[in-house]
Design a protein. Structure first.
Length: 557
């Protein structure tokens, strides 16, 4: 028995080393066949322990690892795309492969190749980790593929169309007005809570538009930290958004253990409550249907699904409605994506407005001309004219993209992609293709020599002809803040309307500026804000590590 155990202990690492060596050799051969440059890393970066400790390793990698090994390890560190900006692509090329003992990773910063990947959704499917993270409470339009995606998209997209824009506009203005009033009432108009405060706007707008749950803007957002506390649906989803990696990977029974930190216990309690809360909410929507309550995203999904169920009598036909689980999954997706991405985009925008007063005055000049003395501007009259606000949003998203890369799985071989230069490359599967937005959004070949500079005017058509839009549409594959192709985010318009409504309301009423430290000039304070924004790290989305260091003064105009 002892000899058998000793043999197993000896053979296990031998087998692991042999298996890893075989996978590495196979993957090197696949990389060579593609004709793309590649880096070799003799380990599997998808190992959970490596994923946990890779971010703290970054200073060590920068200081001690040489040459190609440095670059290979760097390309596995979560958030490297923002940390290193374009440097890795400049050294290696716009498309390269990271060869590992797991799956090869194709790092794509080429616009033409990106456009092809996004257009071929049945070949380049949603990445398995994305499905795990965002499918935690049911299938949804983000994690679905194939015919399942087509069905959900047909049902979901109408619930996010132009009909909700006036409601988003009014609620965003109301929330921003309350926030401005609160900020101006602070001593000297000074606060470190601007970023947190604007997140409260985002979650309240989602609550009103998605669930018909209006809330006043009272203070910067605070999620529950007591597992025994009462929690609304938006409280639960907001907390899960903050801790999405833990929520997706750690079982509820582990989170609920008394030895766990209180915040994680609260997360476990929230996840336990989620299914019952969702069922109660859907039952409530069915009960109140047609009695004059405001139309919401939830009520539309329920109504469309129930109507389709009545028509779908043929049991052999593929269903054309959402299951209860899919409604739950899509509502979770809407709340998470609509809150997280828009909230942090507006947070970065506040910092940029304070750091670049010239662009703040530029927007205010447009607001004075378009809005005049109109106390309650209507969406249809005003939104199309506020092109500078929208251009400011697009430029913020270009340089502070919420999602640093879009991963796609390639399950089979024989897929050929062509780069902007016209060179064809075979992508040998299985592998993962990462569409790296940080490079695509700054590539000098597409954005000019000032691609790293913040310049909102680049989005405006200087002399549009009749019938041409005032906002420039970038070339395919060069701007993927809302993804692209058939899988483009259905909430694109909603996020634009919310951003423009909030920023226009703030700048119409007041100006914002940095609070200087002792002995600091205003220019130094502005640079300090930019440094705080650059000190960011992605979780579900890109976010500042020290948002409280965005220390602003709100001044009434």
């Amino acid at each position: 028995m002892f000899l058998l155990l000793a043999g197993l202990l000896f053979l296990a690492p031998v087998w692991w080393l042999a298996s890893s060596a075989w996978c590495l050799a196979r993957n090197i051969q696949a990389a060579r066949a593609s004709g793309l440059p590649y880096l070799v890393l003799p380990l599997n970066p998808d190992n959970p322990l490596y994923m946990i400790f890779s971010v703290p390793l970054w200073p060590f990698v920068e200081r001690f690892l040489p040459g190609s090994l440095h670059d290979a390890v760097l390309a596995t560190i979560y958030g490297w795309e923002f940390l290193e900006k374009s440097s890795l692509f400049h050294r290696i090329g716009p498309v390269f492969i990271l060869v590992t003992t797991g799956l090869n990773r194709v790092m794509c910063g080429d616009a033409a190749m990106t456009s092809q990947v996004m257009a071929r959704r049945n070949v380049f499917t949603q990445h398995s980790i994305s499905k795990t993270m965002m499918g935690v409470f049911g299938g949804n339009v983000l994690v679905a593929d194939g015919d399942d995606w087509s069905r959900q998209r047909r049902i979901v997209a109408p619930s996010l169309n132009e009909r909700i824009s006036p409601t988003v506009w009014r609620e965003s203005i109301d929330q921003a007005t309350q926030m401005v009033r609160s900020m101006l009432a602070l001593p000297g108009g000074e606060t470190r809570g601007s970023v947190h405060g604007i997140r409260a706007i985002a979650i309240n707008v989602i609550g009103r538009v998605a669930y018909g749950d209006p809330k006043p803007w009272l203070k910067p957002i605070e999620f529950p930290t007591d597992p025994d506390a009462d929690m609304s649906y938006t409280d639960v989803v907001g907390l899960m958004t903050e801790l999405i990696i833990v929520a997706a990977l750690v079982p509820i029974r582990i989170l609920r253990l008394s030895v766990m930190p209180r915040l994680l216990q609260t997360l476990g309690a929230a996840m336990e409550k989620m299914p019952r809360q969702t069922k109660d909410m859907l039952d409530y929507e069915r009960h109140r249907a047609g009695d004059g309550h405001p139309d919401t995203i939830t009520s539309r999904l329920v109504r469309l699904s129930d109507q389709a169920k009545l028509v779908d009598h043929d049991k052999t036909a593929s269903k054309q409605y959402l299951t209860e689980e899919e409604i739950s999954g899509n509502l979770f997706l809407f709340t998470t994506a609509g809150f997280d991405t828009t909230a942090f985009t507006m947070g970065y925008a506040l910092g940029l407005l304070a750091a670049y007063p010239e662009w703040q005055r530029w927007i205010q000049a447009e607001l004075d001309q378009v809005l005049g003395d109109d106390a309650q501007p209507e969406y249809t009259d005003v939104f199309p004219k506020l092109t500078r606000c929208l251009a400011f949003m697009l430029e913020t998203l270009r340089l502070f993209t919420p999602i640093l890369h879009l991963p796609r799985d390639v399950l089979s071989s024989g897929t050929t992609l062509t780069t902007t230069s016209g060179t064809a490359h075979e992508i040998v599967g299985p592998c993962i293709v990462y569409l790296v937005s940080t490079y695509l959004h700054t590539n000098p070949a597409d954005w000019g020599d000032d691609g790293d500079a913040f310049r909102p005017t680049r989005w405006l058509n200087p002399s549009p002809k009749e019938g041409e839009p005032p906002i420039i549409t970038p070339a395919p594959g060069t701007f993927i803040a809302w993804s692209g192709g058939p899988r483009q985010c259905p909430g694109l318009k909603m996020s634009q309307v919310e951003f423009v409504a909030v920023i226009s309301t703030i700048l119409r009423t007041c100006s914002i500026e940095p609070v200087t430290k002792d002995g600091e000039t205003m220019d130094q304070a502005r640079q300090r804000l930019l440094d705080v924004m650059q000190d960011s790290q992605p979780t579900t989305t890109l976010r500042m590590k020290r948002p409280e260091d965005i220390h602003l003064r709100w001044v009434k105009r």
